[in-house]
Design a protein around this ligand. Structure first.
Ligand SMILES: Nc1nc2c(ncn2[C@@H]2O[C@H](COP(=O)(O)OP(=O)(O)OP(=O)(O)O)[C@@H](O)[C@H]2O)c(=O)[nH]1
Ligand SMILES: [Mg+2]
Length: 374
């Protein structure tokens, strides 16, 4: 056995930590100071670090738990693949569990709307909901009621829960007054419809997923429809299919009756085209105003109570009451123009845009849904 003569070496042998401890600290500090990332941050040193990092970051103490969570939430290590060729929108959507997104801009919450929505028989696990509310006092009120209603369903039996629910607040200002007489004034139409178009676009672009097959636009003041509304509209297998919006009321004799409500489902007319042609670039044609007599055939007037509920009619303009859209129509770029597009705006502009993309637009004159009666 060798005899250690040097007092220093003897000291190291006896108390190694006294010497190795500071030595280790010095080495670690040197490595840290000379590492490329530190160099780049203190002196603009050009390291080979890539902009997007696809591998988990490992620090001195291994990968951080925060980082690990982040990684595991991202399928395929940050890259998600969806083959849109395999995404189908078929008439057997319910059977195939094709994902439907039900979208409602909502400024007032009606219990009847919610009750009707809950009665729809499409499989809930393939059904997503999306709402957008204006940033107004009315919107605050509606939000409270909506959240309360949602909580009951989403904490109830698992089978009754919707696959996903998205709630958005508008980032633009809503129009304060939404009384029927105010919102129907011709002079406020352009501003109001522009505002609605922006709300619809925000809702659509934020909630459409790579797996969405269908989008149902269902206004929050549609309070009654057949429970099979979704399957019925889908069964026609059309790119865009609109239901006929009516309203229940008491007639002169005090008896319950129905009357046409939404006049935005229409077929273009010669007169409509002529009016548009003579308009200034930024003007719009809106339907249902004596000041702009278009003589367009309106689907609301084609209802025949003895007629076949499956009768289809080709349309050029649609409203937003209850409209089924194959998700690809939106995905291809059909949105709600907030500006005059061929002198049309919002839902009517959407129909025009869908047609310009080569899609056909239809309505069902004998298939009624009902609008709230203020
Ligand atoms: N997010 C949002 N939704 C709104 C706003 N104004 C109305 N809504 C909702 O949008 C849908 C359509 O609005 P309505 O005011 O009924 O418009 P409309 O159906 O074209 O017009 P009416 O013929 O008066 O019913 C309804 O679901 C409203 O609750 C708004 O400023 N922001
Ligand atoms: Mg309405």
């Amino acid at each position: 056995m060798a005899i250690v003569r040097s007092p220093l070496l003897r000291q190291i042998r006896r108390k190694p930590l006294h010497f190795l401890g500071p030595f280790t600290v010095i080495i670690v500090l040197a490595l840290f100071i000379l590492s490329p990332s530190t160099l780049s941050s203190i002196s603009g040193f050009n390291s080979t670090k890539t902009k997007y990092n696809y591998t988990p970051k490992t620090g001195f103490f291994g990968s951080s738990s925060k980082n690990k969570n982040f990684q595991s939430n991202l399928p395929g290590n940050h890259i998600s693949h969806y083959d849109l060729n395999k995404l189908k929108s078929t008439p057997r959507a319910a059977y195939n569990k094709e994902r439907i997104l039900v979208l409602s801009p909502i400024s007032r919450f009606y219990n009847e709307y919610w009750a009707n929505l809950l009665k729809l028989t499409y499989p809930r696990d393939a059904m997503e909901l999306g709402f957008i509310l204006p940033r107004t006092a009315e919107g605050d009120e509606a939000l409270k009621k909506l959240e309360k209603a949602i909580k009951i369903v989403q904490t109830g039996p698992k089978d009754d829960r919707f696959a996903k629910i998205t709630i958005l607040r508008q980032d633009n200002d809503g129009l304060e007054s939404q009384l029927e007489k105010d919102r129907h004034e011709l002079s406020v139409q352009k501003e109001r419809r522009k505002n609605m178009a922006i709300a619809r676009n925000s809702l659509l672009f934020t909630s459409l997923s790579p797996y969405t097959s269908w989008v149902l636009w269902l206004d929050a003041d549609i309070i009654e429809s057949p429970p099979t509304l979704i399957q019925d509209l889908i069964s026609h297998d059309k790119p865009v299919m609109s239901a006929n919006v009516y309203q229940r009321y008491k007639n002169d004799k005090g008896q319950p009756d129905i009357r046409p409500y939404d006049f935005n489902n229409w077929v273009e007319s010669e007169e409509g085209l002529r009016i548009a042609e003579n308009m200034a670039d930024d003007e719009i044609v809106v339907e249902g105003y004596a000041e702009i007599a278009t003589y367009r055939p309106l689907m609301a007037h084609f209802y025949d109570k003895n007629g076949d509920v499956n009768t289809e009619m080709q349309l050029d303009g649609v409203g937003g009451g209850a409209v089924m859209v194959k998700a690809d129509v939106h995905r291809d770029g059909a949105m709600f123009p907030p500006f005059p597009f061929y002198h049309l705006i919002e839902t009517e502009g959407f129909a025009k845009m869908a047609k310009r993309l080569g899609y056909e637009v239809f309505g069902l004159p004998n298939y009624l849904v009902y609008h709230y009666n203020e």
